[in-house]
Design a binder for this molecule. Structure first.
Ligand code: NAD
Length: 336
């Protein structure tokens, strides 16, 4: 019997690496395409021994070539944390636009199911709360975050156009804040930043007065939602995220508590256009996919803290996203 085959762009990133692992467990062959601008081959090192897994260094904004059959294309590639996309603004715009066009072209050629990893940032700083998929959002296109938000919104529009005009079997996941092992300690997102600071006994830097809210989802739950969406016939967009909303200040306090740290909290300037509230309405995922998060946020944080403690949390461990740091060659073959 022919093995199902999936192409995962950005498969060496935080979410992509968990997704590759899960797709292998589901019985897929997996071709992982990554340019390592914010990801690393270390994230998928444990998969390299599996003959069904191929890791290929490729910038999907150049071109994508994969020979043989492909049943699913999951377009995860994009810088995702504010620090990353502010440092890589043009790459972010290109991977959300040109990279999405190339990934959709591959799905069209192979008659594969296509999944776009979109984001709750499509809602911008929302004026509707919680956010249902029917809400169009409140995005500042010319603010610093516009490079990410608008690239994703362009990606969503392109995906719908390929569905309607080119008959590609597409779907769109709007992913809300997700955390777990393999996040980079220095990627600037609240959870890795707070854990690193708490573990090192440094003050936790809370933006603004910390009253802005986030709803954070453990990575295993998120991946389960993506796989169910892939295997459904939904076009989306579908919100995938945890509804357990908390203030950033409470999140910082919880991390101090769970790490047993004696760190203080200090307040720093809030970034421009930082969303004030964030909570998904997951009615659609619940009813159409039978999906909802299973992992309690405290348990997820404990698992993440454990993983972070095993890392050397020194400034030298910092991975700076720069094109020049892309390794020359990684094992595996191209799909050709
Ligand atoms: P990440 O930075 O860890 O992973 C992104 C991966 O894409 C990296 O491995 C990077 O090297 C790769 N990449 C970037 N540009 C590329 C290009 N041109 N060609 C090939 N590879 C490229 O980020 P993540 O948190 O794992 O996010 C994965 C996807 O999920 C992104 O599309 C992101 O927008 C989306 N998302 C994530 C979250 C979250 O909370 N983690 C929330 C919403 C949406």
């Amino acid at each position: 019997m022919r093995l199902r085959r999936a192409v995962v762009t950005g498969g060496a990133g935080f979410l992509g690496s968990h997704l590759c692992h899960r797709l292998l467990q589901e019985g897929y062959e997996v071709v992982c395409l990554d340019d390592f601008c914010t990801g690393t081959s270390a994230n998928v090192e444990h998969l390299l021994e599996d003959r069904r897994f191929r890791l290929v260094r490729a910038d999907v904004t150049d071109y994508i070539h994969v020979s043989g059959h492909v049943d699913a294309v999951l377009h995860m590639a994009s810088p995702a944390s504010p620090i990353d996309y502010l440092q890589l603004p043009l790459q972010t715009l290109k991977v959300g636009s040109i990279g999405t066009l190339h990934s959709l072209g591959l799905a069209r050629d192979k008659q594969a199911r296509f999944l776009l990893a979109s984001t709750s940032e499509s809602y911008g700083d929302p004026l509707v709360h919680p956010q249902p998929e029917t809400y169009w959002g409140n995005v500042n296109p010319v603010g610093p975050r516009g490079v990410y938000d608008e690239a994703k919104r362009f990606g969503e529009a392109t995906t719908m156009a390929y569905r309607n005009a080119r008959e590609v079997n597409t779907t769109i996941a709007r992913i809300f804040n997700t955390f777990g092992p393999r996040m980079r300690p220095n990627d600037g997102r609240a959870i890795p930043t707070f854990i690193g600071q708490a573990v090192r006994g440094e003050p936790l830097t809370v933006a603004g007065d910390g009253s802005q809210t986030r709803s954070v989802c453990y990575v295993d739950d998120l991946i389960e939602g993506l796989v169910r969406l892939l295997h459904s016939e939904l076009a989306g967009p579908v919100n995938i995220g945890n509804c357990g909303e908390m203030s950033v200040l409470d999140l910082a306090r919880l991390i101090i508590d769970l790490t047993g740290s004696s760190s203080d909290i200090v307040f720093v300037d809030r970034p421009q256009d930082d969303p004030t509230v964030r909570r998904p309405d997951i009615t659609l995922a619940r009813t159409a996919l039978g999906w909802e998060p299973q992992v309690d946020v405290r348990d997820g944080l404990r698992r993440t803290i454990e993983w972070f403690r095993e890392l050397t949390l020194t400034p030298e461990s910092v991975v700076v996203p720069q094109q020049s740091q892309v390794p020359l060659l990684v094992s595996g073959v191209t799909g050709s």
